[in-house]
Design a protein around this ligand. Sequence first.
Ligand SMILES: [Zn+2]
Length: 92
Amino acid sequence: MTTVDTKEVKPWRMNDQSAGTWRRVRDRIFHRDLGRCQPCLKIGKFSRAMKIEHIKPIAHGGGDEDANLWVVCRRCHVVGLQRAALPTQVGE
Ligand SMILES: [Zn+2]
């Protein structure tokens, strides 16, 4: 008799878990960066951060570790999205 391994991971389960983890990460990064947009801070500007973003986009080989995350304001977020979308712009 062969037993089927039913412990395969369901994609929706994984999404559930990573959504919870992501919330915790987001809180941590916001606190770490004091809710200030980091790209703006680099050029001496103080903007209230709205979003968490990957410093090096996933599409460019970036990871989900804290060191690759920072908080950005709305304007910087849009710029970041455009940057991240660059390599996947084929066929729109
Ligand atoms: Zn900014």
